[in-house]
Design a protein around this ligand. Structure first.
Ligand SMILES: C[S@@+](CC[C@H](N)C(=O)[O-])C[C@H]1O[C@@H](n2cnc3c(N)ncnc32)[C@H](O)[C@@H]1O
Length: 209
C-alpha cells in the first residue's frame, strides 16, 4: 500500500477544510495522473489548487509523473497566477485559464487535452456543472477520476450552509453504471467523517469504470 505524505500548510489562502485538503492531495498523489484539470481554483489558489500542485510536485520529486500537467480555471485567479507562475516548484507544470469553466473545457477539448483527474469546485450553478461533467465524460477514458467539493446538497453540519453546486451532477453520477464512487466525505452529522465533529461540506471521489 502506498504511504501518502502529509500535505504541507499552504502559503496562500484558500478554502477547503483540513481533512478535505489532505484527501484531495492523497487522491491525486495515489492516482499519479497525467493531466489534471480544475474548475473554480479560487482567487488565490491556496485551497484545492495547492493540494493538487503539491501532490504533483511531490510525485515529480520522486521521479514520477515527470510530464504531468495541471490546468486550472477560475473567473478570477490573477492573484493565484502571480504566485504559482513565478514559483520555481510549480511554474513548469501549472497552466492558468482565466474565464468560465464552460470556455475552459471547450478550449481543452479543442486542443485534444483529455484529463485523467478532474476536480470541480466552481460556480453555484447546478446545470452548468452537470453540462461541464457531460462534456468531459464523453471523452475521458476508463480509470479517469472525478472529485467534487460541496457535494452535499442539503444543509450541512459544518456551517449550516446549503450548496446547490452538485444538485444535478450528484444524482446523475450516482445513477450512472459507468462511474463508481471510491470515497466520499459527508456533509451530514451522522455519517463519516462527521460523527465527532464536522470535517467536510461534502467531497466525492469517483472513478470511471
Ligand atoms: C468555492 S470557490 C472555490 C474555492 C477553491 N476551490 C479553494 O479551495 O479555495 C468557487 C470559485 O468558483 C469561481 N467561479 C464562479 N463562477 C465560475 C465559472 N463560471 N467558471 C469558473 N469558475 C467560476 C469563483 O470565482 C470562486 O473562486
Amino acid at each position: 500500500m502506498t504511504t501518502v505524505p502529509k500535505l504541507p500548510e499552504s502559503p496562500v489562502s484558500g478554502q477547503m477544510l483540513t481533512l478535505e485538503r489532505q484527501k484531495l492531495f492523497e487522491w491525486v498523489y495515489t492516482t499519479e495522473p497525467s493531466v489534471v484539470i480544475e474548475t473554480g481554483g479560487g482567487s488565490e489558489g491556496g485551497g484545492s489548487t495547492f493540494c493538487i500542485v503539491e501532490a504533483l510536485r511531490k510525485l515529480k520529486e520522486e521521479g514520477k509523473c515527470m510530464d504531468s500537467v495541471f490546468h486550472t480555471c477560475d473567473v478570477n485567479n490573477y492573484s493565484a497566477r502571480n504566485f504559482y507562475l513565478f514559483h520555481p516548484d510549480y511554474k513548469d507544470f501549472i497552466n492558468f485559464f482565466t474565464g468560465t469553466s464552460e470556455n475552459f473545457i471547450s478550449q481543452l477539448l479543442a486542443n485534444d487535452t483529455i484529463p485523467d483527474f478532474i476536480f470541480f469546485d466552481g460556480p453555484e450553478d447546478p446545470t452548468l456543472n452537470l453540462n461541464d461533467f457531460l462534456k468531459l465524460d464523453a471523452v475521458v477514458k476508463s480509470g479517469c477520476k472525478f472529485a467534487m467539493h460541496d457535494w452535499e446538497t442539503v444543509p450541512r453540519i459544518f456551517d449550516g450552509g446549503l450548496s446547490i453546486k452538485a444538485k444535478e451532477v450528484r444524482p446523475y453520477l450516482e445513477n450512472l453504471e459507468t462511474w463508481t464512487i471510491e470515497e466520499q466525505l459527508s456533509g451530514l452529522g451522522d455519517e463519516w467523517p462527521n460523527e465527532q465533529e464536522p470535517q467536510s461540506v461534502g467531497l466525492v471521489y469517483s472513478r470511471k469504470l
